[in-house]
Design a protein around this ligand. Structure first.
Ligand code: SDX
Length: 429
């Protein structure tokens, strides 16, 4: 098919801009030569309309509420897959055969322990430290224990060992972060358990009591991690890519991704949602008041868990999580009044012109906290759970960027500061 192009008419000249088309018929202007030809750059705060790359990992359609990993819908993966199977798919591009899967799980199982000296790093954190700050530091510290991981240009096999190591160790680091906050002794991994059960045991087992894994909780966590596993060029993934584009190591790039995810406008929203729902409950459930606050431009309060940069219709993950929240609470025989408030808030907001006209629907973070609470996970650990889920996506995107030999990320700007002026001695100012 002949190459499509657009024309830019500027100062009496016409510039042909090639159009790139993806496999899902998305079209983009390739402005790679725009500045050299016309002297023009583009300006797009928050990259709302700017594609940073091409990628074969995740497709989402914000208008139709579609999300697929390597072509498979999240509805099917959440229903039929395991988190590690989905992680394999996202990282290596295909669903694993039985042998590939047992090799992958076997490799991960071999690496679940972390170096004993990590404990002394952990001990250096006050117990009140936020788990996301601790986790980001511990992931960065992995570079100290695995110096071969520093060079991303090492052999594919060594890079893959770094990938296996961080997939295996993140649950251990996350659970140890929690134990540090609780002031409890850490638990070592139990490799007889599956990924999610092992994590929950490291989180909740205490020396004084026998710990019994609960399949219901592990299944719920498994589904949640699948739903968080990747989401194309979101804020934290773009951070991982741009840090990795300088040829920084995978662990440094993921550590930066954890920090970006922490923000309440991004992954930190799952913690902020529960804090918001608790505040509304404390305030007598006065939904109208809080919806008015969210609409008031003079009030910094935002309806956490609502709105999305890309989904201008429902977030498909929110629909699955909402159903799973009902299911988990029912099976656990738990009634969480905060879930009732969340459902009422969704119902009222989606009838309000302010939310409807801005396409503000519940996003992945709106209901996920309800399930995390039901799993006994403390609010401050919610975003750590998001990071655990998102890890395969960060790895896959970093790997794709490195394998495609993408250049170092270095956006341009439009300067709006003072034009040239001469220095004035302090005595003359
Ligand atoms: C995640 O990108 C991803 O894929 C992220 C994520 C992933 O999987 O990686 O999906 C995970 O981060 C989900 C989002 C979690 N964040 C929140 O729930 C925080 C609350 N939501 C917002 O702050 C906001 O909706 C964002 C940050 C999610 C999106 O912001 P945008 O795209 O920059 O939109 P915007 O801020 O320009 O808002 C457009 C309008 C504005 O009003 P007007 O200026 O047009 O009058 O909508 C309003 C905003 O004030 N608005 C809200 C609102 N979100 C947007 N008003 C009240 N409450 C909100 N939550």
């Amino acid at each position: 098919m002949a190459e499509q192009h657009a024309e830019l008419h500027f100062e009496g000249k016409v510039y042909k801009i090639p159009v790139v088309e993806g496999t899902e018929n998305e079209k983009a202007l390739d402005i790679g030569k725009l500045r050299a030809q016309s002297g023009l750059i583009t300006l797009d705060y928050g990259y709302k309309n700017t594609g940073a790359t091409t990628s074969a990992i995740t497709f989402l359609d914000g208008e139709k509420g579609i999300l697929r990993y390597r072509g498979y819908s999240i509805e099917e993966l959440a229903e039929h897959s395991s988190f590690l199977e989905t992680a394999y798919l996202i990282i290596y591009g295909e669903l694993p055969t039985k042998d590939e899967y047992s090799q992958f799980v076997g490799d991960i199982t071999k690496h679940t322990m972390v170096h004993e000296e990590v404990k002394s790093i952990l001990d250096g954190f006050p117990s009140k430290a936020h788990p996301m700050g601790v986790l980001s530091s511990l992931i960065g510290a992995l570079t100290a224990f695995y110096p071969n991981s520093l060079d991303p240009n090492r052999s594919g096999e060594e890079v893959n060992t770094s990938i296996i190591r961080i997939l295996a160790k993140l649950p251990t680091l996350a659970a140890w972060t929690y134990k540090n906050e609780k002031g409890q002794p850490v638990n070592y991994p139990d490799n007889s358990l599956d990924y999610c059960s092992n994590f929950l045991k490291m989180m909740y087992a205490v020396p004084t009591d026998k710990y019994e894994p609960d399949a219901l909780l592990s299944d719920a966590l498994n589904k949640l991690l699948i739903l968080h596993a990747d989401h194309e060029q979101n804020c934290s993934t773009s951070t991982v890519r741009i840090v990795g584009s300088s040829h920084a190591s995978l662990y440094s790039s993921v550590s930066a991704g954890v920090s970006a995810l922490w923000g309440p406008l991004h992954g930190g929203a799952n913690q902020a949602v529960i804090e918001m729902l608790e505040a509304i409950k404390e305030d007598g459930g006065n939904l109208a008041k809080w919806i008015a606050k969210a609409k008031d431009k003079n009030d910094p309060f935002r309806m956490m868990g609502f709105g999305h940069r890309v989904y201008k219709n429902f977030d498909p993950r929110a629909k699955i999580i909402k159903k799973a929240a009902d299911n988990v609470l029912e099976k656990l025989g738990v009634h969480d009044p905060v879930l009732d408030i969340a459902k009422q808030l969704e119902e009222v907001a989606l009838k309000d012109e302010y939310f409807v006209s801005r396409s503000l629907y519940p996003n992945v973070d709106f209901y996920s906290g309800i399930i995390y609470r039901a799993l006994g996970i403390p609010t401050q650990m919610f975003t750590v759970m998001f990071a655990m889920g998102r890890l395969p996506g960060w790895i896959a995107q970093w790997k794709e960027m490195r394998e495609n030999n993408e250049p170092i990320g270095r956006p341009r700007q439009v300067y709006t500061g003072r034009t040239q002026r001469s220095f004035v001695k302090m005595s003359d100012r």
